[in-house]
Design a protein. Structure first.
Length: 304
């Protein structure tokens, strides 16, 4: 298995708004917190992988404001390989407007910007790729040429069509989804969850505060394991899922069994929710291990 993880998808600027309750049609609501942060699913995962000590490259379209926004310098400071970025000077970075209410429910509005050109771009060869939510046609092409595919359909799943989604799923080794998205995956693909389990070796379904469920299929031998969430005082849930996937993937590259990878994902995610911003409170491997042993057996990570 390749040591370097290639991450594809969005690099964006996040505008994070906190409200008491969501406004309905023709209504307004006061905003109590307004933060501007670096974000985008692919960049979030890449930064989290780098913080945990993983070797990672980011494959993503960026616009003319990539340098002026300070985003290039920020990513380079973590040692992320940016040699395969698509620089589209006629476009701007993607923008995400994320509204979170007092119950931690979220509504997101997303401006694609440079990412709207993804369908026209040819993906580079990658050995181990994690495809974060993005254009389905780009991900379809990437799934054909990568040796090992981890796939997170995410919120862009509503834009996917059956044929390219099924092609991606046929080439997927690891499928990440939350409990809402997995239902949409089955609807769009026309496949039952059991059919997905029969064809994909690892499926991880996250369930917010209820933790996650790992579904393994090892040559027809199936196993289902529930992974508890790691509690943390939540300031902002945005980006927790990206951190979970980064923790899982870095652990997998290190040789950890899938169940331990999920546990590392849960621990990594717990750091992100403690502060506002997807990339502001990510742990390194040492800090992650210190929290890990408070919830799980220390022997899990003795070799890593």
């Amino acid at each position: 298995m390749s040591r370097k993880i290639s991450v594809t998808g969005h690099t964006s600027i996040d505008y994070l708004l906190t409200v008491e309750s969501m406004a309905g049609p023709d209504q307004s609501a006061p905003v109590f917190v307004c933060e501007t942060q670096y974000g985008g699913g692919a960049a979030n995962v890449a930064v989290a992988i780098a913080r945990l000590g993983g070797d990672v490259e980011l494959i993503s379209p960026v616009g003319r404001d990539f340098e002026s926004s300070g985003y290039r310098f920020w990513l380079e400071s973590f040692g992320i390989d940016l040699s395969k970025l698509y620089h589209l000077e006629g476009e701007t970075l993607s923008k995400a407007f994320v509204i979170t209410d007092s119950l931690s429910s979220q509504t997101t509005y997303f401006y694609w910007g440079a990412a709207a050109k993804l369908a026209e771009l040819a993906p580079p060869k990658a050995e181990f790729v994690h495809m974060v939510t993005a254009d389905c046609r780009f991900n379809e092409k990437m799934s054909h040429i990568a040796d090992f595919v981890s796939f997170d359909p995410g919120q862009d799943l509503v834009t996917y069509q059956r044929e390219p989604l099924n092609t991606i799923l046929e080439n997927t080794n690891i499928l990440f989804s939350n409990r809402h998205e997995i239902q949409k995956v089955t609807e769009i693909s026309g496949k039952t969850f059991e059919e997905l389990r029969n064809s994909i070796g690892l499926i991880i379904v996250t369930c917010d505060k209820e933790g996650s469920v790992l579904y393994e299929n090892n040559g027809g031998e199936k196993k289902e394991t529930k992974i508890p969430a790691v509690w943390a005082e939540s300031a902002d849930p945005t980006g927790a899922g990206d951190a979970y996937k980064a923790g899982f993937l870095v652990s997998l590259i290190k040789g950890c069994p899938p169940e331990i990878c999920c546990r590392v994902g849960s621990v990594t995610a717990s750091f992100v929710v403690e502060k506002i911003g997807c990339q502001t409170n990510l742990p390194d491997w040492k800090r992650m291990k210190e929290r890990y042993v408070q919830y799980f057996p220390a022997s899990d990570l003795e070799r890593f």
